[in-house]
Structure formats: structure tokens, C-alpha cells
Design a protein around this ligand. Structure first.
Ligand SMILES: [Zn+2]
Ligand SMILES: [Zn+2]
Length: 498
């Protein structure tokens, strides 16, 4: 029996069988705006299957809440048992993408799909001698992966996990299941033969090179960077989530590195659970750039966004009327006709525009964020050619961050443009978009504190988006909530973060 099974004994996914009692501290749904708030149970009505709650903020409305809309505070952050997770999501073989993960229940945007504890958290402190030894090897001659973390995690798996859990890691997706051990793997194993090691060093010294290689690749293609330290985390079910540039799920960290998977949008029963392997900011880059980045995982993304035949994140100004915006057709590369003047782009203009785009993409990649004057020159010139283009978004981000301490009015304009582009190209809740709104609200509070409606609007958007991304009780969500409360500065019922 593995550690997890013994710990989770008695929790066989019977989460519906909870018994509430007076005095329980819970999160309950406030019908005023369908968000969860902290409260204490004042009465339990078993026949009606509802509770009467006392809201922490002394609000007296919507106090009666059905059982189904009451949660334990830990439900959203504490890892579920494997049995409960398996009840919630199923792994199934797909035609083109191998094994993927599907929900067994329909869910609303923002609901928790499941919370999974790590299979292993490979931090240097777990095996300090091994870590030092690998670091020394890497300093003497750099490893090809540019870091020791993958090899370290593979070796820590062997040192600390039961066979059943190591088998779970061996079973994970790798592009080449039959991969021969590479020079780094051979070199490391050789060096470890007589190095001082932590714990049962014989487990490592008897490890075969091919098995080690497989573990390294499993970690490389399936793990997540630890959110606080230089190390990696690997999960069991989560690794079955395929990538999408329009992922159906989002995630945040719960207690003890637990992975909290939430639906980003409403999902039908049987809907696929996908996450993004790319960072939010890369989801705002063109299809070609995203596909290039995904080559790191050795697959070609065929998500709905990657299959669009026009890339609306690469707009250029119409060369005829100078008003309309033209978007390129992919993969052919020609431009659509102008929706303002109806004109078509000549083959010469098309060539010229695509070449300029290449030049600007290269230029933007090498911009020095600290040299704001230079960024502004490039930005100004780019505006003459591009509109609704991701490179403008990249420069708007640099200019917002750089100008904010010096010239808040000018900075705010760039922030607004960032929001416009995000909504134009990829209008789903993301941490970037939520924080754009929250920061814009902060700036408004500084510049026009009297424009309450505007502050409220920005903080509300941030609050609602973060509620979907990480839940109403997360500290990220609490931040715009409190600002909204301050901006509203009113105790009236329906303004509870409405
Ligand atoms: Zn894609
Ligand atoms: Zn035109």
C-alpha cells in the first residue's frame, strides 16, 4: 500500500455525504452575486437540506443556503484522494493525441475539477549531497538540458519513491519511449558511483542507464517548475492533461504544492480537460510563435486556435486606405481584403508587409526594456504598419511597466491597449488580463479617485476573473475584492462585490 492510499483510507469520494453542524466555518454561496463567502453555520435543516449561515461581514441577506452550495474551507486547497479524483476525471485514449483527460461531470466556469497532491516535489533539500554533486558536474561541463533539475528529480524519484510510484513516472508521456541513454546520463551515473550520496545510495548506483534516461525524459516533458524554489514537481493525473492554446482549465497551487485544477469555461460531461503548457503571455503571441515554442514538447498543436485560417493577432494597416486592418491567412500567407475600403493587397505589398513583420518581430525580441526611449521609437514606427498585432502588445507591456513610475497617464494608455488586444485576440480569463484590470483600477484610484464607477468596473472585472482562475477565497482574488469594497465604501447589501 502506498503512502497516499493509507492516508486516504475512509475517503472514497463520498464528498456528498458531508454532515454540517452549527458552528462550522464554511464557504457558502451568497445568492446576491453567486460568489462564495466566509460564514458560520447558525442552523442546519436536514429535511430541506439547507443551512442558515451568519456571514462574516454581518450581511443579513440570502442567509439560507442549500447543502450543495456550502463548502469546507479546505475543499478548494487540500489534495483529494486518488479515488475521489478518479471519480471526477477519466483518462481515455484519443485518435491523434494519445491519452487525454476528460471530466465525468459537467462544470461551470471556475469550479474545482480536482485537487491533486504531488507524486514528488524534487527540491535540493530532499537530497542535498546529490544536488551538490550534480551542480559540480554541471559547473565542470554544462549539461545539455542547461540545468541539473531534471536529472536530480529522476534520481530523487529512485531514492525516495515506492516502485508503484516510480512505475507511474515511467508510464508518463515521452516523445521517444525507446530512447538510448545520452552522454549526460552516462556521465552522471559514472560520477555517482563513488560520490557521497544521501540515503540508500545503492538504489542509484545500481540504476541502469536506459531506465535513468526514461525517468529524466518523463520529468522533462511532464513536470512543473516549483513555484517558490529551484526544483520540480510532478503529478499523477495532471500529466494526462493535453495542451491547448485555448485551454478548458486553469490552475493554481493549493496546500503543500497541491495542484488545484479549475474549469476556465463551462464544460459538458465528457468534455476534455486541457491546460496550457505555455505561459499566459505566450498565449497572446501568433499561432506560428506558439507552435514554435511548443516544439519543446515535440508535438504540433492542433487546438481550435491553431486551426484558425486567419491569424487576427497579426494585423497590418491597409496600404490603400490606411484605415482598415488586414489579417494574414494561414498557412498561405496572403492578406484578407480590407473591410473598410474593400481593396486587396497587391502581391508586392504582401511581400513587403510580411518582410517588415519578420524584421519587427526580430527587433522586438532584442529590445532592451530599460531603454524606454528606444522602445518608444520602435513602437511609434511599428504603429505606422501594424495594428492589433502581438508585437505591439509586447511593447505596450514594456511601456506600461517602464512608464508607470514616471508618467502614469501615459502608462495607463498602454495598459488600456494591452487589455484591448488581449480581448481582441484571446478573450478568456487569464491572470494577465485580471491583473491588467486590477492595475488599471489602482492607477485610476491615483489619478481620478472621484471616478468611482470606473474604479469599480476595473476591480470588479479583476475580481470576477480571478474568482474563475483561482477561486473567491484565494489571496489573489481577495486583493481586488478589498479594493472594490474600499472604492464602494458602502455597507449596502447588494454591493458585496456584486
Ligand atoms: Zn494551439
Ligand atoms: Zn483599406
Amino acid at each position: 500500500m502506498t503512502k497516499e492510499q493509507s492516508e486516504s483510507k475512509g475517503d472514497n469520494g463520498e464528498e456528498d455525504e458531508l454532515k454540517w453542524k452549527v458552528g462550522d466555518r464554511v464557504y457558502a454561496l451568497w445568492a446576491g452575486n453567486n460568489s462564495f463567502y466566509v460564514s458560520t453555520i447558525a442552523e442546519v435543516n436536514e429535511t430541506e437540506k439547507s443551512v442558515l449561515v451568519t456571514w462574516d461581514d454581518a450581511d443579513t441577506s440570502h442567509r439560507k443556503v442549500p447543502f450543495s452550495q456550502v463548502m469546507r474551507p479546505s475543499d478548494e486547497t487540500t489534495a483529494w484522494s486518488r479515488a475521489r479524483i478518479e471519480k471526477r476525471a477519466t483518462v481515455a485514449e484519443t485518435k491523434n493525441k494519445g491519452r487525454c483527460l476528460f471530466t465525468n461531470e459537467a462544470c461551470e466556469a471556475g469550479s474545482v475539477v480536482f485537487v491533486e497532491r504531488p507524486l514528488l516535489v524534487a527540491l535540493p533539500a530532499v537530497a542535498p549531497l546529490l544536488w551538490q554533486c550534480l551542480q559540480k558536474l554541471h559547473e565542470a561541463a554544462p549539461l545539455n538540458l542547461g540545468t541539473v533539475t531534471f536529472h536530480f528529480a529522476a534520481l530523487v524519484s529512485v531514492l525516495t519513491l515506492e516502485k508503484a510510484d516510480i512505475d507511474i513516472i515511467r508510464d508518463k508521456y515521452v516523445p521517444e519511449p525507446d530512447e538510448e541513454p545520452n552522454e549526460d546520463v552516462t556521465r552522471i551515473l559514472k560520477a555517482l558511483q563513488d560520490a557521497p550520496l544521501d540515503g540508500q545510495s545503492s538504489k542509484i548506483r545500481t540504476l541502469d542507464a536506459k531506465g535513468f534516461q526514461r525517468l529524466v525524459s518523463a520529468w522533462r516533458y511532464n513536470s512543473f517548475g516549483h513555484h517558490k524554489e529551484d526544483g520540480l514537481v510532478l503529478y499523477n493525473r495532471i500529466s494526462m492533461c493535453a495542451h491547448s492554446c485555448d485551454p478548458t482549465c486553469c490552475w493554481s497551487y493549493g496546500d503543500e504544492d497541491a495542484f488545484v485544477l479549475r474549469s476556465r469555461m463551462a464544460l459538458e460531461k465528457g468534455g476534455e480537460l486541457t491546460i496550457s503548457y505555455l505561459q499566459d503571455e505566450d498565449l497572446l503571441k501568433s499561432t506560428a510563435v506558439r507552435q514554435q515554442k511548443l516544439l519543446n514538447w515535440k508535438f504540433t498543436c492542433a487546438c481550435p486556435r491553431c486551426c484558425l485560417t486567419v491569424d487576427v493577432g497579426r494585423g497590418v494597416r491597409c496600404q490603400r486606405c490606411r484605415v482598415g486592418v488586414l489579417y494574414p491567412k494561414v498557412p498561405s500567407g496572403g492578406f484578407e481584403s480590407c473591410k473598410v475600403c474593400g481593396g486587396n493587397c497587391t502581391p508586392e505589398d504582401t511581400q513587403m508587409l510580411l518582410r517588415m513583420e519578420e524584421d519587427y518581430v526580430a527587433r522586438v525580441e532584442t529590445l532592451d526594456k530599460k531603454d524606454l526611449d528606444d522602445v518608444q521609437i520602435v513602437y511609434q514606427a511599428a504603429l505606422d504598419i501594424f495594428e492589433k498585432h502581438w508585437i505591439l502588445y509586447v511593447m505596450d507591456t514594456i511601456l506600461w511597466e517602464g512608464l508607470r513610475p514616471k508618467n502614469i497617464m501615459e502608462a495607463m494608455e498602454h495598459q488600456r491597449r494591452r487589455i484591448d488586444f488581449h480581448q481582441h485576440y484571446y478573450f478568456r480569463p487569464t491572470f494577465i488580463l485580471a491583473w491588467c484590470h486590477e492595475e488599471l483600477g489602482d492607477s485610476m484610484a491615483q489619478t481620478w479617485p472621484s471616478r468611482k464607477w470606473h474604479l469599480q468596473q476595473e476591480f470588479q472585472r479583476a475580481y470576477h476573473m480571478l474568482s474563475i482562475l483561482c477561486g473567491t477565497t484565494h489571496q489573489y482574488t481577495a486583493s481586488p475584492y478589498h479594493k472594490l469594497w474600499q472604492a464602494t465604501n458602502s455597507a449596502s447589501n447588494e454591493t458585496k462585490a456584486a
